[in-house]
Design a protein around this ligand. Structure first.
Ligand SMILES: Cc1cc2nc3c(=O)[nH]c(=O)nc-3n(C[C@H](O)[C@H](O)[C@H](O)COP(=O)(O)OP(=O)(O)OC[C@H]3O[C@@H](n4cnc5c(N)ncnc54)[C@H](O)[C@@H]3O)c2cc1C
Length: 228
């Protein structure tokens, strides 16, 4: 089954006929039970992997034309690797990275402290250094295997949820300029740090949602070693 944006989706039962600004008609396979995920970064892809694993239909929308090829995040923590393992991703990712078993912090020419990851109670008792571009590729492969393809050049431009617990109506703009109206019960905003969703869906934010910003502070206790 193909949407007009050229991406394959799983067969779904409801056809929605959408009219865009140019009065062209656009038929998209969709059901209000489909979960609309905005943004195919690590967060959006993991949400799509997880939901589709449980047989939940998803549409994964991404505004860019192609995947990012820059590294950005480079360190994967043991617990993340454990979660990846449960989804069959760790075995693909670990051989592509470098294992860091310990790290030392230096100041004023001296070693201040050393972190030893080998004591971590995990099969993955190390930090995995791997480019985020590589991690994303592994996630994209998993999505493809689960029959979810990323709908590229599609951007969320507005949404509203008039009734609490009612459907969300989202408007997507595709690369060719066409607009698509999508009704869905659930939408997951994974637009990253520059998320527009709170602004785009201002009525939703005001009426039904809360934005939580969490700052975590921690105290690190370290044994100071004599300079070596
Ligand atoms: C230069 C740089 C260096 C970094 N270095 C590190 C590092 O060393 N260590 C570290 O831990 N983290 C680092 N980060 C942060 C890390 O990359 C992010 O934490 C991570 O990418 C967040 O994942 P995400 O899926 O939440 O968001 P993102 O990766 O930002 O993905 C969001 C996706 O949503 C898409 N999108 C946004 N809005 C829309 C819309 N309206 N419609 C459709 N699609 C949309 C975007 O195109 C993007 O693909 C770095 C980031 C940058 C930019």
């Amino acid at each position: 089954m193909r949407t007009t944006s050229g991406c394959e989706t799983k067969p779904q039962n409801t056809n929605k006929l959408c009219k865009n600004l140019f009065q062209e008609e656009r038929t998209v396979e969709n059901t209000s039970e489909t979960v609309l995920i905005i943004g195919a970064g690590p967060a959006g892809m993991m949400a799509a992997i997880e939901l589709s694993r449980f047989g939940i239909l998803v549409r994964l929308i991404e505004r860019t034309t192609k995947p990012a090829d820059t590294s950005r995040a480079v360190t994967i923590q043991p617990r993340t690797l454990e979660l990846f393992q449960q989804r069959g991703l760790a075995e693909k990712l670990v051989p592509k990275g470098n294992k860091v078993v310990a790290a030392s912090v230096y100041g004023a020419g001296k070693r201040v402290f050393r972190l030893d990851f080998e004591g971590v109670d995990s099969e993955y008792n190390y930090e995995l250094l791997v480019s985020q571009a590589t991690t994303e590729q592994v996630m994209r492969d998993a999505l493809e295997q689960q029959g979810v393809l990323i709908e590229r050049e599609s951007t969320l431009i507005s949404f509203a949820q008039p009734e609490r617990n009612g459907d969300i109506t989202a408007v997507l703009q595709h690369g060719d300029g066409t607009l698509e109206k999508v009704a869905c019960r659930y939408m997951i905003d994974c637009e990253g740090i520059a998320s527009h969703a709170p602004r785009l869906g201002s009525n939703l934010q005001a009426k039904h949602s809360r934005k939580i910003t969490l700052w975590v502070t921690f105290t690190l206790t370290a044994k100071f070693l004599k300079p070596t």
